[in-house]
Design a protein around this ligand. Structure first.
Ligand SMILES: C[S@@+](CC[C@H](N)C(=O)[O-])C[C@H]1O[C@@H](n2cnc3c(N)ncnc32)[C@H](O)[C@@H]1O
Length: 225
C-alpha cells in the first residue's frame, strides 16, 4: 500500500534568493543551522550558554527573529522554517551583528517538535502570522490545530507561553477555539486578545496592515500541572 503523504502546513516558496543569502547559507550553515535528523536533540548544547529558550515557528524573512535576538541577549532563540531565502537572511544578520543566541532548523516544525525537542524544554513559542489557508478544504493544513498544539503544550515548561498572531479573523476564531479546548492552556487575557503585544512587526503583518487587515495577538500559558 502506498504510504499516505502527511498534510503539511506550508508549500516550499521559491522566493528569489540573493547572492548574499546564498553565500551566507554556504558559509555559515554549519555553525548556525542544525541539520534535521529524527531523534532527541540536546538543545542546550547548541548555544554558548544555557538560557531561557524561545522557539519561533515560521520566522519567514527573519526580521522579527533577528530583532528579538538583538534585544534579548539573555534568551536563546531557535528559529524553524523551510524558507531558504529567510534562513540566508537570518545568517547574514547573525554575522553582521555578532549574535550568538540564534540557531535555525530548516525543516517541518511538526517533525522537529515531535522528534527533536524534549518534553518541558521550551519557555516560549511564537507563531506569528502562520499561513491562514483560507479555503475550507485547506483548513486541515493550518498549523494551529489541536494535534500540533497538544504537542507544543507537552514541549513547554510549566508556566511557558505560546504567542500567536494573525490578520485573518476566521483563523483567529479557530485559534481561540483550538487553544481554549486544550485543558493545559490558559488565555492570559481571560477570553480576549493581547492588546499591546510585546513583539517586533513582521513582514507579513506589514502586508496585512497595508491591505487594511486587523492584526490580533493571543497569549496562552501552560498551566502548572
Ligand atoms: C505567512 S509566513 C509568515 C512569516 C513571518 N512569521 C511573518 O510574519 O512575516 C508563514 C511562514 O511559516 C512557514 N511555515 C509554515 N508551516 C511550517 C512548518 N510546518 N514548519 C516550518 N515552517 C513553516 C512558511 O515557510 C512561512 O515562511
Amino acid at each position: 500500500m502506498p504510504a499516505t503523504r502527511p498534510v503539511r502546513s506550508y508549500v516550499i516558496r521559491s522566493g528569489r534568493i540573493t547572492g548574499g543569502q546564498r553565500r551566507a547559507l554556504e558559509r555559515h550553515s554549519e555553525k548556525y543551522v542544525v541539520r534535521f535528523e529524527p531523534g532527541p536533540l540536546a538543545i542546550e548544547r547548541l548555544f554558548p550558554s544555557e538560557q531561557p529558550l524561545t522557539v519561533e515557528i515560521g520566522f519567514g524573512s527573519g526580521e522579527s527573529l533577528l530583532q528579538m535576538a538583538r534585544e534579548q541577549p539573555g534568551t536563546n532563540f531557535l528559529g524553524i522554517d523551510v524558507y531558504q531565502p529567510g534562513a540566508g537572511r537570518v545568517l547574514q544578520g547573525i554575522v553582521e551583528h555578532g549574535l550568538g543566541n540564534i540557531r535555525l532548523i530548516c525543516h517541518d516544525a511538526v517533525e522537529v517538535f515531535r522528534d527533536n525537542l524534549a518534553e518541558e524544554s521550551i519557555d516560549r513559542v511564537l507563531i506569528l502570522f502562520p499561513d491562514p489557508w483560507p479555503r475550507k478544504r485547506h483548513h486541515k493544513r493550518r498549523l494551529v490545530r489541536d494535534g500540533f498544539m497538544q504537542l507544543v503544550l507537552s514541549r513547554l515548561k510549566p508556566g511557558g507561553e505560546v504567542h500567536l498572531a494573525t490578520d485573518w479573523p476566521p483563523y483567529l476564531e479557530s485559534m481561540m477555539a483550538v487553544m481554549d479546548a486544550i485543558p493545559g492552556f490558559r488565555n492570559r487575557f481571560g477570553e480576549g486578545c493581547w492588546e499591546d503585544p510585546a513583539r517586533p512587526i513582521t513582514r507579513f503583518e506589514l502586508r496585512g496592515r497595508r491591505l487594511g487587515h486587523e492584526v490580533r495577538d493571543l497569549l496562552y500559558c501552560k498551566a502548572p500541572s
